[in-house]
Design a protein around this ligand. Structure first.
Ligand SMILES: C[S@@+](CC[C@H](N)C(=O)[O-])C[C@H]1O[C@@H](n2cnc3c(N)ncnc32)[C@H](O)[C@@H]1O
Length: 339
């Protein structure tokens, strides 16, 4: 990887290495390289206090064997205290890396991007994630390192999904959930995936092969196009039916099915009553919601009251992942009882 280095004559090499190490200026995760009768020692910063004598240069350094960094933050140049203040987590979607960076680290964004590009072996481009917006939950992204566009293929649960991280919502943090719902599907079931996005639920279920038919509905044309492209590669035929429509216009004429998925976690509740007639007696409803941690216990009863008092039973409830300091993305699975 590229880094600043200190170029010194070979006989000075060992003393310089010790001096740099002692001042936390050496980058131990990178190999020292030889250039004729000089050595180049990789350094964190060109102007740390007590930088030993030598010429500051920029070079490509191999990663030190067996001592590769275990955390991308070790690759961000700067004082050791900086490392602790950097965001820990990031998402890898195909060859794209996305990371949220707080505003007080604006001036470090490019260095964070370069560190992630070096750290994640498959990374081609790194984007600063500015959050999802609007009814279609499209993501705003600033490129901070690497090159190319936001289109990629992402592998999860044995599928390669077509993704455009800017044009249509996708989260790799839901992979286990996509698999869990697909595993629950019984042979011959018909399923609706409402607000399907690029179709990770629908595609995982259809690929599994047990469902008779999966109908996937979304109002974002880019999402439905991407879903169709993935489905074509897997020759899913009419086992998977993508529909470009708002669910408000799809649901009133939808026949009841065995299983409905609704992952619209901020505002799904407003559609919950109109989902009820789409779930057959004995059918299941997988409903996702951002829920305040303090209310998780009571929330299922409140949702069932909105659905249809007295006819629903909670089958499962679990936290998919933390969403905010006091809220989680929660998966609820309900069963609609017979008449
Ligand atoms: C949070 S994303 C979920 C995508 C997908 N289910 C997943 O798990 O990756 C919500 C999706 O709902 C779609 N959406 C929002 N409102 C909608 C509506 N009224 N009718 C149909 N789709 C809608 C958005 O376009 C977006 O793709």
């Amino acid at each position: 990887m590229r880094s600043l280095g200190l170029r010194v004559a070979r006989p000075e090499g060992e003393a310089t290495r010790r001096a740099l190490l002692g001042r936390s200026l050496l980058r131990p995760e990178l190999e020292i390289v030889a250039e004729g009768d000089h050595l180049i020692l990789p350094i964190r910063s060109p102007d740390g206090p007590g930088l030993p004598a030598g010429e500051v240069v920029e070079r490509e350094f191999p990663l030190a064997r067996g001592a590769g960094p275990s955390d991308y933050r070790e690759l961000v140049p700067g004082p050791a205290e900086l490392c602790e203040s950097l965001p820990r987590s990031f998402d890898v979607i195909g060859d794209i890396v996305l990371i949220r960076i707080p505003p007080d680290l604006d001036d470090r964004a490019a260095a964070i991007g370069q560190a992630l590009l070096d750290f994640v072996p498959t990374a081609r481009i790194v984007g600063r994630d500015l959050g999802v917006h609007g009814p279609e939950r499209r993501r705003r992204i600033d490129r901070i390192a690497g090159s190319g566009g936001w289109r990629t293929r992402h592998r999860e649960n044995g599928l390669e999904l077509e993704i455009d991280v800017e044009l249509a919502y996708f989260s790799p943090r839901l992979a286990r959930e996509h698999e869990r719902v697909a595993d629950a599907v019984q042979p011959g079931e018909s399923v609706y995936d409402l607000c399907c996005g690029v179709g990770p639920f629908a595609l995982t279920i259809a690929r599994d092969g047990r469902a008779r038919r999966v109908t996937a509905v979304d109002s974002n044309p880019a999402a439905v196009d991407l879903l169709r492209e993935t489905a074509r590669r897997y020759s899913l035929g009419d086992r998977l039916v993508p529909i470009l429509a708002p669910i408000e216009s799809f649901l009133p004429s939808a026949s009841p099915v065995d299983r409905v998925v609704l992952n619209l976690p901020h505002e799904g509740i407003k559609y919950a009553p109109s989902v009820v007639p789409a779930v057959a007696s004995g059918g299941r409803f997988h409903y996702y919601e951002i829920t305040s941690r303090a209310e998780i216990e009571q929330r299922a009863d409140a949702i069932m009251t909105v659905l249809e008092p007295g006819r629903w039973r909670l089958v499962d409830r679990h936290v998919v992942h933390p969403y905010a300091p006091t809220a989680d993305l929660v998966a609820f699975e309900f069963e609609r009882s017979g008449a």
